[in-house]
Design a protein around this ligand. Structure first.
Ligand code: IDP
Ligand code: MG
Length: 139
């Protein structure tokens, strides 16, 4: 297993509902180290560019609206096998299908307002980390 980095976002609904601390604590308990972190109120251009891969999907405009509604927390996390382990900890995209105890099962409100983002592959993580932390050391 390789040491990897992944881009996590604590989404507007989870920040609004006061779950930032619990989610960060869970990441640390799961062995992730915080490499970089900041709060941001995303612009439309930032959210559209970040989710460009989904721009043809019917939910794209609503997703951008949601992600720019209020502040998010942008986090670079590091761990052995970070990308796959993180996806396991957050659970399925649809909280109705997420395993008990996963972050989405605990804190999501809906398929759209599903509390957290996570990269899905090494190349995606590289793009996503660079998008929000330009010039960051990805080594
Ligand atoms: P992921 O976040 O689990 O990787 P993606 O398929 O990459 O899921 O979708 C990105 C985000 O778009 C989801 O986390 C969710 O917020 C939203 N989303 C995905 N599918 C739908 C849908 O069918 N309706 C509304 N929102 C969706
Ligand atoms: Mg995705």
């Amino acid at each position: 297993m390789a040491l990897e980095r992944t881009l996590s976002i604590i989404k507007p609904n989870a920040v609004e509902d006061g779950h930032t601390g619990a989610i960060l604590q869970r990441f640390e308990q799961e062995g992730f180290r915080v490499v970089a972190m900041r709060m941001a109120h995303l612009t439309r251009a930032q959210a559209e560019g970040f989710y460009a891969v989904h721009k043809e999907r019917p939910f794209f405009a609503d997703l951008v609206q949601f992600m720019t509604r209020s502040r998010v927390v942008l986090i670079v996390l590091e761990r052995e096998d970070a990308i796959a382990h993180y996806r396991k900890v957050i659970g399925a995209t649809d909280p109705a299908k997420a395993e008990p105890g996963t972050i989405r099962k605990l804190y999501a409100k809906s398929l759209q307002e599903n509390a957290v983002h996570g990269s899905d592959a090494v190349e995606t993580a590289r793009f996503e980390i660079g998008w929000f932390f330009p010039g960051h050391d990805l080594a």
